[in-house]
Design a protein around this ligand. Sequence first.
Ligand code: FAD
Length: 447
Amino acid sequence: MVVVGGGLAGIAAALDCARDGASVTLLESRGRLGGAAYSFTRDGLIADNGQHVFLRCCTEYRDLLERIGAAELVTLQRRLAIAVLAPGRPPAWLSRSGLPAPLHLAASVARYRPLGARERAALVPALRALRAVDPDDPRADRRSFGAWLAEHRQGERSVAALWELIVRPTLNLPVAEASLAQVAQVFQQGLLGDRAAGDVGYATVPLGEIHDVAARRALERARVEVHLRRAAAAIVPDGGGFRVESGGAPSLIADAVILAVPHDRAARLLPPGSGCDRAALSDLGTSPIVNLHVVYDRRVLGLPFAACVQTPVQWLFDRTEASGLARGQYLTLPLSCARPELELSVDELRDRFLPALAALLPAARGARVEAFFVTRAHAATFRASPGARALRPGPRTAIPGLALAGAWTDTGWPATMEGAVRSGRAAACEVRSALARRVPERAMVAA
Ligand SMILES: Cc1cc2nc3c(=O)[nH]c(=O)nc-3n(C[C@H](O)[C@H](O)[C@H](O)COP(=O)(O)OP(=O)(O)OC[C@H]3O[C@@H](n4cnc5c(N)ncnc54)[C@H](O)[C@@H]3O)c2cc1C
């Protein structure tokens, strides 16, 4: 069997298929595994392409970390606690108590200073109503979350100081462009169900050590043959199996193929007769993420991470230790759905964001900036906008033995590491049952 794509979806699929006893070959076009979640070196600093956060409710991603021996390379909060910074103000906190959900958030919401008393009171019925939305209801998927918020008496300040803080980084879209069903899924999974579900986790080492190095070791142990720098150019159904062609290398013959590449590549690689709607895949669209990387000559942030309001800064992460920086502090500023920032030059971003950081962090005012660079992911995620769910295919195609994986497939989750792993496991499951169906069919033909 062949898995095409070595992101988290492909890694998870390959490990499951190998565990089921299949002989698996994984093709990855780049020189490393990990897909959209990777590291690179810049002037001696090991940086990630973008801050990758997960929550305690990301059970499949966390399980993958265990399986590849990387669970010790991440940290997970004992209890949700997010500092919310605003210029000239002491931090506010979004945190949980030990009470059962949804009461675990009650005290924090009641004290949340970026909102006034009336706004805080109006949050309670809105959160209750969001808890009642069925994330699998196609009508909810077609509705705009922005319009829904307006109907539920959420004004501009509540949107900016609370809803955007959670929706923008999880869906990579502003609330006005998000699908109600997708937002309901995020809140129900992460905040309104189990009290511990929203505890925040992230890597304490560069992402490449987890998604490339540790994953590659685990695949090796599972006897998966990994070919890096080898792109699949075509998948050709051939005599009940498949021929996977890649330019410059011999074709591979496989009884099954899992296609675990981004949706635009999948649209190009899917053979005729797959039953997948290429126009629908293109309608899923893309949304960018820009990451700013700032190295100061001293410590300017006394927190591991923080969310920010009333400033162009969205979130801040301290990556000093993870990057191996010996002196000073290395901060990253992920900017979700950063369409305007994508167009700005490094100098323009510097001119805009360094003063914003100085306004948020008093210690940054006298500090020297030793490095400032930018990473841009033009097509970081698909767009979970109204109607997106109907465009996301499941793992099964019309060609038995050919399955789809990727965070963009119909996992119910937004484009996340969790969604990617879930999709890979679902594709492995689909291939297993397609092959099991094929055996009796062949036996009948032989008889
Ligand atoms: C900057 C950024 C920040 C993010 N932040 C978060 C976050 O905080 N939390 C979170 O959960 N998620 C986050 N995400 C999303 C998350 O990274 C992705 O949803 C997930 O990694 C996607 O995994 P995947 O395996 O589905 O796809 P990909 O990671 O895109 O993997 C697909 C792989 O297929 C390979 N490929 C493509 N074409 C071919 C071919 N023809 N032959 C062989 N191989 C091919 C590609 O090189 C790639 O390695 C972020 C993404 C980005 C870009």
